[in-house]
Ligand binder design. Structure first.
Ligand code: ARG
Length: 460
């Protein structure tokens, strides 16, 4: 049994089962880079403040860098009996340079150390997620620009509602991503706070310089209260919450692609690279990628529930329960990043089928609202226009025809306000180009909006 770094007050060794049960090294070894980065800043500060000698500080820094190299080369002897990443690294340090290594942990506790590691880690991951969001948003804009002529049915209640530009639809998803991005940028403010120096709970009697550590690690702010510094996991919770919203958005976009790639819709081709076959039905091409993005959203929601539940009844300050925050955090990072990445790649392979989208609009009276608007513009109260249009639709349906296939004399049976120009308003193009209200689907609006979004994204 390895000697525990905290073994002083114990007469007997830890039970094997307890060792296994309490160890987190299997998953928190992912934090090795942050742990070493934080330790190096800490030990530099100890040297600068004369808490340990300059030479000791330099020696420890060098050894820590060596340890980083060992881990990166896969040569580091991780040990379960040393519990976690912190103790594994510290023990290795002492093995390498002897007792001086034991000075690293002066004026520090694992409680503030882990809080620092997690903040360093999330900060890095959030900036990666931000650049992935940017890439996906660019994909949406590019597709929107390329397909500016494509008309599709907009749905409400999953019933064909009105003609829409596909680009306009894609820009709707851009808006969601823009908000997701804003949430991560905002979350970063609260992640980017330096907790080291809180010690175990009460601060430390050593003359530490927290500002200096913050400066070395590029934190704009140090935490203000030692108790809160080690108890707070709001920043992880916030990260998972906003990731749950992002995952929900990715899931909704995926859901569209799943529907659209079905034979029932047949609006897109996802491409061979992004579909898989069935082991029994030879004709099938399944949209597994968007299905899994949709499915994995459940993990992120689960992670959020897990951490909220872990935190709920915890008395201040540190409790070992907090060790359970890591797997939900890591899993959220992995899930969101892999979903963003694969979705972005898939977007580059999607082929739209404009003829089929158009065909879907040829049935279902998608321009009935435009017909009612036409009457309302000519002075008929909209409620009445709605009623009259309803009757026209019923009539056309009875004849098995579409609105554009009715003659002007047939339309006049329902209202004298109908004139030849009505047909300009109830074609798909006419309907779309009439939606000039700000935020509407008229082509000129959408083109302007694409340019605006491009200017925005250049600053992301
Ligand atoms: N592995 C621990 C965690 O993840 C590190 C902090 C341990 N602190 C303690 N007092 N046991 O939370």
């Amino acid at each position: 049994m390895a000697q525990k770094p905290w073994g002083g007050r114990f007469k007997k060794g830890t039970h094997k089962l307890v060792e296994k049960f309490t160890a987190s090294i299997d998953f928190d070894k992912r934090l090795y880079k942050e742990d070493i980065e934080g330790s190096i800043a800490h030990v530099k500060m100890l040297g600068k403040q004369g808490i340990i000698s300059k030479q000791e500080s330099q020696k420890i820094v060098k050894a820590l860098e060596g340890i980083r190299g060992e881990i990166e080369k896969g040569k580091f002897p991780f040990k379960e009996e040393l519990e976690d990443i912190h103790l594994n690294i510290e023990k290795r340090l002492i093995d390498k340079i002897g007792d001086i290594g034991g000075k690293l942990h002066t004026a520090r506790s694992r409680n503030d150390q882990i809080a620092l590691d997690e903040r360093l880690y999330l900060r890095r991951e959030i900036s990666e997620i931000l650049s992935m969001i940017k890439e996906l948003a660019e994909d949406l804009l590019n597709l929107g620009e390329k397909n500016i002529e494509v008309i599709m049915p907009a749905y409400t209640h999953l019933q064909r509602a009105q003609p829409l530009l596909l680009s306009h639809y894609l820009l709707a998803h851009f808006e969601m991503l823009k908000r997701d991005r804003e949430r991560y940028v905002d979350c970063l403010k609260r992640v980017n706070i330096m907790p080291l120096g809180a010690g175990a709970v009460a601060g430390t009697s050593f003359p530490i310089d927290r500002e200096y550590v913050a400066e070395l690690l590029n934190f704009p702010q140090v935490s203000r209260n030692s108790v809160d510094s080690i108890s707070d996991r709001d920043f992880v919770l916030e990260f998972i919450s906003i990731s749950a919203i992002l995952a929900m958005h990715l899931s909704r976009l995926s859901e569209e692609f799943i529907l659209w790639s079905s034979k029932e819709f047949d609006f897109i081709d996802l491409g061979d690279e992004f579909t898989t076959g069935s082991s029994i039905m030879p004709q099938k091409r399944n949209p597994d990628v968007p299905e899994l993005i949709r499915g994995k959203t459940g993990r992120v929601y689960g992670n959020l529930m897990a951490l909220l539940t872990i935190m709920k009844g915890l008395p201040l300050s540190y409790n070992r329960d907090l060790q359970e925050d890591k797997e939900p955090m890591f899993d959220t990072v992995d899930t969101v990043k892999s979903s963003l990445q694969v979705l972005s790649e898939m977007m580059k392979h999607i082929k739209f089928k404009p003829e089929n989208m158009r065909k879907a609009l040829s049935k279902g009276f998608a321009t009935a609202t435009d017909l009612a608007d036409y009457l309302a513009r000519k002075g008929m109260p909209f409620r009445q226009a709605h009623e009259v249009t309803g009757k026209v639709v019923r009539y056309a349906e009875g004849k098995g025809r579409e609105l554009t296939q009715l003659s002007i004399s047939e339309l006049k049976i329902f209202s004298n306000l109908f004139e030849e120009d009505v047909f300009d308003h109830i074609t798909l193009e006419g309907s779309i180009s009439s939606k000039k209200s700000y935020g509407g689907t008229a082509k000129e609006n959408v083109l302007r909006m694409i340019q605006e979004c491009k200017r925005e994204i250049a600053k992301w």
